[in-house]
Design a protein around this ligand. Structure first.
Ligand code: 13P
Length: 250
């Protein structure tokens, strides 16, 4: 049985005050009785505060991005070891907003995944098709390309803590969730592909999250699908009550 993993991607939201209040609220709701593994991904400026606040909590935390180089003249960037130094366990990589707004390619994302695992950071690797690609009928092709290039040159051992997040771009922040069937179909495809690329045993253990307008109202049914092992939540993770409801629906 794969454990359900619910992660909150805060995106560019919450200053330090907002971070303290949201994490404090979440800590009250996430206890030893919580069935899901819970991760929060605040902005860089809140990571150290998250580390302090989450010392006595089972809630884990991660960053939303990082650069692949160790150090040097890369103005504005954050390295894997910097994330490690503030206690990050996870890092979201390849988010569609990074791909579309900041021009990240599959090759850049591949370098980032390599750098993350080298430093013991667990990647939450995002993939997903745009509306245009879905309408053209090339959803599987797009997801396959992103996974093949994203994971190129990485071994099963290196990827042992990998999480893949399937986030159809047309469902992100739009209120338009993929149907349970649409999501399950792609998740099953991803698991099948990973089984071919790595191994069946690896694919069976792999956590594949769904992301894109996950809300308390649709979480339970999505999470009940055979190949949906969790959720990567955007908008609905910014309020403790809605994020806790999603966590409780596991
Ligand atoms: P929304 O839940 O706001 O659609 O965002 C999903 C997402 O991009 C999580 O990474």
């Amino acid at each position: 049985m794969r454990k359900k993993v619910i992660a909150g991607n805060w995106k560019m939201n919450n200053d330090l005050n907002g971070t303290v209040s949201l994490i404090s609220e979440l800590k009250k709701g996430v206890t030893e009785l919580t069935k899901a593994e819970v991760i929060v991904c605040p902005p860089f400026t809140s990571l150290e505060t998250a580390q302090t606040l989450l010392k006595d909590s089972i809630i884990k935390f991660g960053a939303q991005n990082m650069y692949f180089e160790e150090s040097g003249a890369f103005t504005g960037e954050i390295s894997p070891s910097m994330l490690k130094s503030v206690g990050c366990e996870y890092v979201v990589l390849g988010h569609s907003e990074r791909r579309t707004i900041f021009g990240e390619t599959d090759q850049i994302i591949n370098k980032k995944i390599k750098a993350a695992v080298k430093h013991g950071l667990k990647p939450i690797f995002c993939i997903g098709e745009t509306l245009e690609e879905r309408e053209k009928g090339i959803t599987f092709e797009i997801c396959e390309r992103q996974i093949r290039f994203g994971l190129e040159g990485l071994t099963e051992a290196e990827l042992s803590d990998l999480i893949i997040a399937y986030e159809p771009v047309w469902a992100i922040g739009t209120g338009k969730t993929a149907t349970n069937e649409q999501a399950q179909e792609v998740h099953a495809f991803i698991r099948g592909l990973v089984s071919k690329l790595l191994s069946e045993t690896f694919a069976q253990k792999l956590v594949i999250q769904y992301g894109g307008s996950v809300k308390p109202e649709n979480a339970k049914e999505l999470l009940a699908q055979t190949d949906i092992d969790g959720a990567l939540v955007g908008g609905a993770c910014l309020k403790a009550d809605s994020f806790l409801k999603i966590i409780e629906s596991v």
